[in-house]
Structure formats: structure tokens, C-alpha cells
Write a protein that binds this ligand. Structure first.
Ligand code: NAD
Length: 475
């Protein structure tokens, strides 16, 4: 262990993990940007035991007190915003402006969530009975997070869980653990011991969490195959699950859409975080009459990107986060070429160190090509021409994923009709990818189970309890 290593948080103490030390790579240079230590399964047991002990008192804290402590964590994040944003860039790769946005988004999200409440609900108040529905915390919540938005997704998991009175054991992605472990360190100075625990570790530790009899619920954000593994592992203890999985969001641009006005918004929604966002536009359907003009407008925006290390001034487009993801994008673009796809721009990894792949637009494909049917999770966007909007709708829905989708056009009635027919958890009109703390968010089909955010998301951090009082008969 080194003094600079990011430590695990177990029962209020920062400790080195006993399962070895690992480097975290800077994706812009492919060299280590720091180290973290992996927790052993014995340390997972300790963290779960600490969380169970802490649960007894934490659940009894007044709601407002829990909210106040969470707001203090938000203030601590705000006070350390620049250092956290730079750490996110170092390990995740995104441009600094986007990382700053991630950190300020965390602060805003905590403020908004901490203001929410769950009041008991009277179901019946009659001479015969009084029946009340209360929401009780579930217990120990295990949180497993991915590498694309390491701080934001951590906040999405632990804030509602703690607010509702649960305690948490979190495991960030081994590819981007440092910013989350740093966040845990800040939380450790504010929260009672054991309320929030955070462990470095790989997939095996996530599997051990999913199977752990001391964890009552798992909130997971990541890929669909891992989501299925978690569901299997969680079955033995019948854990509650919220699964936010992959997406393959379609955007349908209607014939009356003002291409020049919307091209930048489409580009940003497709390439945000170099396309490594669950709700990025991953398939773009445009009417054949506007196909050429949209391709041209997007090509111009792609050509204007400044590609480089996220810490460099003026850079708008960083590297992919890891070698595996880069290989996947290279493979899908090669397959698109082999299927007759036309590379309109980009298409090749940049030479030299770093996982750089430029924004890539691919025309001439149809449903059935891998780049259209599978989640690329990277900067390669297929643009598909259609003749009739209902044909585009059918193609958009012809996919196992159902996270988000969007419709773009001037005729809002037509937009509303098509949006309502999209098979996905959020259907946007004239925008794509906006997630808000007061709006429930979750995937249909293979994109997940349950929702996060808003009142409904908070409910998923609770279990329902009915208090049923039978009035005595008056004699
Ligand atoms: P991943 O599934 O590979 O890993 C996610 C986390 O799961 C990591 O912490 C990993 O260590 C852990 N893990 C791996 N194997 C495990 C197992 N068998 N049991 C338990 N945990 C295990 O996902 P990723 O590559 O980090 O993230 C990219 C994916 O996440 C994409 O598919 C993307 O669409 C999805 N995603 C979804 C949302 C959403 O809200 N729906 C948000 C962000 C990312």
C-alpha cells in the first residue's frame, strides 16, 4: 500500500483492502493514474455486518436529520469540486468541462433528492377501521456501479437509499474506483460509522455482494449480462433488485424537423461522454428526404471536435474509457463496413497512446446490422434512412432494449403519438437524454427492472407496511 492509494471505507474507517493492490489507468495515456486496493470477501462480511449494526439507529433518525447529513455531503462535494472533477477526468477520460458538469450535477441531485419526503398514506378511516400505508426502509442496500459516470451514478444509488433509512455497501467499477472511494472518504467524515461503506473490487466482489445473505437489496447499473448474473446470484436470498441496464436508444427525426436547428442537439445526445452513456442516441432514423442534409450537418460538427486528453484546454472529445470498449467499437465499425455501411467520418482508432476513437458516422445500414442492433456504447453512430415514420417506429421498437428513445419534429401531435408508441421507459420529444431528479427513470424489456429517481425511485428504496387498526364495536 502507498500513502496515495484510495482506501476502502468499512465501518467508518478507511482501510486497505486485503485482496491486493491494483493500478487504475488513465485512458488518455494508458499509464497508471493511481492505485486502489481490493477488499476481500471477509472484508465484505465486515462491511455488511457494520451496515446491519448501523441500520438499527439510522432508520430511527428523523427523516430531516438524514436529509441534513446528505446535504452536508453535497456541500463537501461542492467544496472539493475541482479536485473531484480532475480525478474523474484522470480515471474516466471525459473532458474536464463534462467532469465538472458531473460533479455539479451530483450536488444539485443531492439537494433535490434531500427535499423529497414519503408521508404515510391513509387507505381507510372509517368507523370500522383505520388503515395506513407506511414506507419502511429495507435494510442493507448493496450498490454496484459502472465506469461511465462514476460519481453521478454513485449519488443516484446511495442518496435515495440513505434518505429512506437504509444503510449502504457500495462497490464501484474497478476501472474508475478512485473518485467514488474519494467520495466515500468525504462521507465518512459526516455519516455515523457503518451507514455508508465502500469497497474496491472486481466483478467477483460484486457477485459475492449479490449472493450475500446480509444484503437485502441490490441497486445495479451496468450491462445486461451482468444484470442477469446478479439476478441469478440474488435469487437464493430473494433480494429486491433495481437493475439499470444497457440501452440502444433510437431517435426518429420526422420529415418536418428543422435539421439545421437540431443537428447539434442530436450530435451531443449521441456522442455525450464519447457515446459511453446508457441513454445516448445509438441509432438515428431520419426521413430519406433529409438524410443527406442531416449527415452533412453532423459531419461538420464531428469535424470540429477537438480530440485529446480531457485535461487539455479546449478538448471536447476524450478517449474511450478502456481497451475492451475500444476493441468493441472497432469490431462493430469493421462489421458495419463489411455489411456495406458507408463510413461518413472517423472510423479508425487514432495512432499513438490512449484509447482515442474519433466521432464516427456510418450511413447505408439497416436493422439487422450489428452496429444498429447491438449497444455500441461508444462514438460510432449509424444513421438510417426511412420512407414512412411508422416504418421508423417499427424499426426503433425492433430491439431487445427499451431504455430511452426520442422523436424530433415540428408537429407536436405527431411527435406525441409516436413517442407514446416507443417501447421504452423515457420517450423524449425534441430532446434526448435529459434525466431529472423528480422524474422516474428506468428501462423496459432487457434494459432493466424498476426505476430510480423521483417519488417512484424513492419508493424502491422502501418496503410497504400496512398498519391496520380494527375499531372496537360500540355497544
Ligand atoms: P458491467 O456490467 O461490466 O460492470 C458494472 C459493475 O458490475 C462493475 O462494478 C463490475 O465490477 C460489476 N460486476 C461485473 N461482473 C459482476 C457480477 N457477475 N456480479 C456482480 N457485479 C459484477 O458494466 P460497465 O461496462 O461498467 O458499464 C457499461 C454498461 O452499463 C452499458 O451497458 C451501459 O448501457 C450500462 N449503463 C446503464 C445505465 C442505466 O441507467 N440504465 C447507466 C449507465 C450505464
Amino acid at each position: 500500500m502507498d500513502a496515495q492509494d484510495d482506501l476502502c471505507l468499512i465501518d467508518g474507517k478507511l482501510v486497505a483492502g486485503n485482496d491486493g493492490r491494483a493500478a487504475v489507468l488513465n485512458p488518455a495515456t494508458e499509464t497508471p493514474c493511481g492505485h486502489y486496493t481490493r477488499a476481500s470477501t471477509a472484508q465484505l462480511d465486515e462491511a455488511v455486518a457494520a451496515a446491519r449494526r448501523a441500520f438499527a439507529a439510522w432508520r430511527k433518525e428523523p427523516w430531516q436529520q438524514r436529509a441534513a447529513l446528505l446535504l452536508q455531503i453535497g456541500a463537501r462535494i461542492e467544496a472539493n469540486a475541482e479536485a473531484l472533477a480532475r480525478l474523474v477526468v484522470l480515471e474516466q477520460g471525459k473532458p474536464l468541462a463534462l467532469a465538472r458538469g458531473e460533479v455539479s450535477g451530483c450536488v444539485a441531485w443531492i439537494k433535490s433528492t434531500a427535499a423529497m419526503e414519503l408521508a404515510p398514506q391513509t387507505l381507510e378511516d372509517s368507523p370500522r377501521r383505520e388503515v395506513t400505508l407506511r414506507r419502511q426502509p429495507i435494510g442493507v442496500v448493496g450498490s454496484i456501479t459502472p465506469w461511465n459516470w462514476p460519481l453521478m451514478i454513485a449519488v443516484w444509488h446511495f442518496v435515495p437509499a440513505l434518505l429512506a433509512g437504509n444503510t449502504v455497501v457500495m462497490k464501484p467499477s474497478p476501472l474508475t474506483p478512485r473518485s467514488t472511494l474519494r467520495l466515500a472518504q468525504m462521507a465518512s467524515e459526516i455519516l455515523p460509522a457503518g451507514v455508508f461503506n465502500c469497497l474496491g473490487g472486481e466483478g467477483e466482489l460484486g457477485a459475492a455482494m449479490s449472493a450475500h445473505s446480509g444484503i437485502d437489496k441490490i441497486i445495479f447499473t451496468g450491462s445486461a449480462p451482468t444484470g442477469r448474473d446478479i439476478m441469478r446470484q440474488a435469487a437464493s436470498s430473494l433480494k429486491r433488485l433495481t437493475l439499470e441496464l444497457g440501452g440502444n436508444d433510437a431517435a426518429i427525426v420526422l420529415p418536418d424537423a428543422p435539421i439545421a436547428q437540431i443537428a447539434r442537439a442530436l450530435f451531443n445526445a449521441a456522442f455525450i461522454n464519447m457515446g459511453q452513456t446508457c441513454i445516448a442516441i445509438k441509432r438515428l432514423y431520419v426521413h430519406e428526404a433529409q438524410y443527406a442534409s442531416l449527415c452533412e450537418a453532423l459531419q461538420q460538427i464531428a469535424a470540429a471536435q477537438n480530440i485529446g486528453s480531457g485535461l487539455e484546454e479546449g478538448v471536447t472529445f476524450g478517449p474511450l474509457q478502456n481497451a475492451m470498449q475500444l476493441e468493441r467499437v472497432i469490431e462493430l465499425v469493421a462489421d458495419a463496413r463489411a455489411q456495406g455501411g458507408k463510413i461518413l467520418c472517423g472510423g479508425e482508432r487514432l495512432p499513438g497512446k490512449g484509447y482515442f476513437f474519433p466521432p464516427t458516422l456510418v450511413g447505408g445500414l439497416a436493422n439487422g446490422a450489428r452496429l444498429v442492433d447491438e449497444e455500441q456504447f461508444g462514438p460510432a453512430l449509424p444513421i438510417i434512412a426511412y420512407k414512412d415514420p411508422h416504418e421508423a417506429l417499427a424499426w426503433a421498437n425492433d430491439n431487445d432494449n427499451g431504455l430511452g428513445g426520442s422523436v424530433w419534429g415540428d408537429d407536436l401531435e405527431q411527435c406525441r403519438e409516436l413517442a407514446a408508441a416507443l417501447e421504452c421507459g423515457t420517450a423524449w420529444i425534441n430532446t434526448h437524454g435529459d434525466v431529472l431528479p423528480h422524474c422516474p427513470f428506468g428501462g423496459w424489456k432487457q434494459s432493466g427492472i424498476g426505476v430510480e429517481f423521483g417519488h417512484e425511485g424513492l419508493l424502491e428504496c422502501t418496503r410497504a407496511q400496512v398498519i391496520h387498526l380494527r375499531h372496537a364495536k360500540k355497544t
